[in-house]
Design a protein around this ligand. Structure first.
Ligand SMILES: [Zn+2]
Ligand SMILES: [Zn+2]
Length: 335
């Protein structure tokens, strides 16, 4: 076994403390990495606080891992000793199911093995993450990091980076499109940089003018302050894609109004509650059918349009009952 030093939460909410543990010797398909950098992902905080149910303590967080390969198994072909390597959120999967065959192990039908706070496929060994000095991972869950990349900057690509990159690629964001990034945390700042690099016109959508300035430094072309009703109304029906990175339950309707017809908002924040409307709106009548979050396909019939306008209005004036409110956008459009 390999002796490893790390930092672990010994129980929920405990501050991280030095923790010694063992990892397996590299097998024929394994890569042993000396860890040089590990990003701090917001989910590390949630996991260490046992916010998400499953919890295995002691817990060594960290799934944005960059380091140097120090040993490889006999059958490893992708990496060699001395290469820089990265490990993200998963370290294994069933390797048998349709998702795994399609190289989409994050959708493994049996559940991927997460980099920490999980159990290896042997059913007994806990996984420990990147807040440690060594890790051993099967080569298919290791990426090669080019020597030309700044290693510190590369680490967050392994979680925040792929989380924002993946939807931008999936929905083919590129030149000629207007793309909104909602929220400027770890995901949002990656989203702004990627969308800009892909050639889109990038709008930072935030409640904070300060963060707007940061976003402009990162490449955003415009800033839209989401609490400014007039500014939001002025950009209604104009976006090709929205990357919503807000990590708490929130009313998505004001953002959906920004989209052109048939366009998409993708939610990537780790929401604890995924409903179209936050609980605080429950006193208002709900629509007959739940809206499909992230898809405005059904947003153009008159009933839905009225609902969207009421939701917008409620967001602005708080009650939604006062037809004379200055925020009122007017009657629903006739189709
Ligand atoms: Zn993460
Ligand atoms: Zn699978």
């Amino acid at each position: 076994m390999i002796q490893v030093k790390g930092y672990a939460a010994l129980e929920a909410h405990a501050p991280l403390a030095p923790f010694a543990f063992e990892r397996r010797e590299p097998g024929p398909h394994d890569v042993q990495i000396e860890i040089l950098y590990a990003g701090i992902c917001h989910s590390d905080l949630h996991q260490a606080h046992a916010d998400w149910g499953a919890k295995i303590f002691p817990m060594v967080p960290g799934h944005e891992i960059v380091g140097r390969v120090v040993a490889v198994g006999a059958h490893v072909t992708k990496l060699k000793v001395g290469d820089y390597a990265g490990v993200g959120c998963m370290v294994d999967s069933c390797r048998q199911c349709a998702a795994c065959h399609d190289d989409l192990e994050q959708y493994c039908e049996q559940g991927a093995t997460l980099t920490y706070n999980d159990i290896e496929r042997d059913g007994t060994t806990p996984t420990y993450g990147g807040y440690s000095d060594q890790i051993v991972v099967e080569e298919r869950f290791v990426v090669h990091i080019p020597d030309t990349l700044d290693l510190q900057g590369a680490a967050p690509l392994l979680c925040a980076g792929i989380t924002s990159w993946s939807p931008l690629r999936h929905w083919a964001v590129g030149a000629g499109q207007k793309v909104g990034v909602i929220g400027l945390g770890g995901l949002g700042h990656m989203g702004v940089k990627f969308a800009k690099a892909l050639g889109a016109h990038v709008v930072m959508i935030t409640t904070s003018p300060e963060k707007g300035k940061d976003a402009e430094r990162l490449g955003a072309d415009e800033v839209l302050i989401s609490t400014d009703a007039d500014a939001m109304a002025a950009q209604a029906d104009s976006f090709d894609f929205l990357l919503n990175t807000v990590p708490v339950a929130h009313d998505v309707n004001p953002y959906l109004l920004l989209l052109k017809r048939d366009r998409t908002m993708c939610l990537v924040g780790a929401l604890e509650e995924l409903t179209p409307r936050a609980q605080r709106h429950q006193r208002h009548p709900r629509p007959q059918e739940p809206r499909r979050v992230g898809d405005r396909r059904h947003g153009r019939n008159a009933g839905d349009d009225r609902f969207l306008r009421r939701a917008w209005h409620r967001q602005r004036c708080g009650s939604g009952r006062d037809p004379g409110c200055e925020h009122r956008l007017g009657p629903p459009r006739e189709e």
